[in-house]
Design a protein. Structure first.
Length: 172
């Protein structure tokens, strides 16, 4: 009888152990959060006391300016003036160059053709994004992708982007 009770107690203990462990972890997390909040509150009070103790001295003004600078955290003007994507003229030049390569050097190898085709599609995406043209190059494959390429090229040409060179092709 004693063994039976001991076995039952062992099964109950084995079943409850994960629950007790989870509760202990939750309580430990709550205690860590409460400790962190109290620590932050104490730091804030200490800063206020320091500011009050300094009064209106030169050091107090400097301290307040440092705190204000940390609170505002303005971005530098140089970062704000940087363009996000390349100029449309460069994108058009890349499209013309890649268009020439698609019919020239890229035909030598399937690997080259795939690389040039991906670069061409990428530049089509950039140009259509800059000119506000809807495209679905990412979603399509096969002949549908070819048709979408032709459609996007035509819309870009209608928007005023020079996709083809007027000058004769140079041979290297």
């Amino acid at each position: 009888m004693l063994r039976t009770l001991l076995v039952i107690a062992a099964f109950i203990g084995a079943a409850l152990f994960p629950c007790l462990l989870a509760l202990a972890l939750i309580k430990a997390d709550e205690m860590a959060e409460l400790t962190w909040r109290a620590l932050r509150r104490g730091i804030r009070k200490g800063r206020r006391r320091l500011g009050a103790a300094l009064g209106n001295s030169r050091l107090a003004r400097r301290y307040r300016l440092v705190r204000l600078a940390r609170a505002v955290r303005l971005t530098p003007a140089e970062e704000a003036s940087q363009p996000i994507c390349p100029p449309i003229e460069r994108v058009a030049a890349d499209l013309r160059r890649l268009g020439r390569q698609r019919t020239g050097i890229a035909m030598r190898s399937p690997v080259w053709f795939t690389a040039v085709q991906r670069a061409y599609d990428d530049r089509l995406r950039v140009a259509s994004g800059q000119l506000g043209i809807e495209q679905h190059l990412d979603e399509l494959t096969g002949i549908d992708l070819e048709l979408e390429r032709v459609r996007v090229e035509e819309l870009l040409c209608n928007a005023g982007l020079a996709m083809r060179d007027d000058k004769p092709e140079r041979r290297l």
